[in-house]
Design a protein around this ligand. Sequence first.
Ligand SMILES: Cc1ncc(COP(=O)(O)O)c(C=O)c1O
Length: 425
Amino acid sequence: MTLAQRCKNVMPPMANRVTDLGIVKGEGCYLYTDDGRKILDFAAGIGVCNLGHNYPDVVEAAKAQMDQLVHGCHNLVYYEPYVKLAEKLVELTGGNTKLYFCNSGAEAVDGALKLAKYVSGRPAVIGFKGAFHGRTMGAATMTASNSAYRKNIETGLMNNVYHLDYPYLLHTPYPYDGVHTPEFYFRQFDELFSKLVSPDRVACILMEPVQGEGGYIVPPKDWMVYVRELCDKYGIFLIYDEVQSGFGRTGKMFAQEHFSIRPDIMTCAKGIANGLPLSAIIAKAEIMDQWPAGAHGGTFGGNPVSCAAANATIKVLESGVVDNAAKMGDYLMEQLKKIKEKYPCIAEVRGLGLMIGVELLDENGTPMTALASKIQKDALDEGLFILTCGSYKNCFRFIAPLIVTENEIDTAVAIVDRVLEKNCQ
Ligand SMILES: Cc1ncc(COP(=O)(O)O)c(C=O)c1O
């Protein structure tokens, strides 16, 4: 029996995963299955294995740490890999920050919301439609990419949360000249502040600097600058969720660098330790310093093995892998744009670095959800693992490991081309 056939004793959506791949080994950009297949992995564990699978330096660092100390508990004691990682992340985020380590993206998002509320003393929070921030109660409240994530738990969600429109300009109902962001996306804040909540009651604005699950949407820079200015004007904390966009994914260490904007608080996870569970809340020091004992904490956060893996991961990222992500991202974008010319169903190819999505619409502008999932399935049959995304699930996305080569991109693009040709006649 395959692993997929044996795995029926977990909750049904987990038993029926996106694929029926049973994985016995991962190495670089490849996964190896229990039925002998070698798969080119452009999913990277949903943007986690940024250095590819089982990167030797990271594996070695984790193994060496296991010989020294597996768990200490950061509420109780100090240990070297934790302190070293904190020093490094502060350096990478401007030098005047402090941080708190946790285990998952959602946990970091919940903690960031708590921090903003605690320090500001304000009740309200602003998020964006299309966002994905995770599945714990706080994160699920902020998630607005699919109502399924909120269904039947509505009464447990946070109150005083307002979701505004993220500038998803391919679908904007407002006049758009392709250059200037429609006024609506700026004006909606005034509307909210004048009609629903006073800005001095808003603790934070939480956003992904590139929307991930919502469709790999890159917001316009003028709008990002406007939101930063708005936060400064009203003393609202700006939180960037860099869980998916961080650690080199967009061709820079953090996506915020593309906009030259620093948030007050940020969250990161996924790629931080190349596969070991770890996340962080990073905030300006003057904010983090106001969180007193008892307000936040956790048993497993900043596990020594995960921190050792993160230190090794960051060292390798800085040795040229982030630059490779920028270069290979440009190359993949170029190849996909060539393919777009052949297939009218491709409405847009977009993204930053190696965070690239392809959106499918029919001639009436209707999302082609079934086609996106067929492309994903057929590509997998041909040995390429890609994922779908988008509020309408009509995009497929490329989250290749950042060590990917031109040859591997050529292989992936050739498969996608073949699969589109087969399905788009
Ligand atoms: C932007 C963003 N935030 C938060 C999360 C939640 O992270 P986790 O699944 O580790 O809780 C995700 C996961 O996909 C994400 O993409």
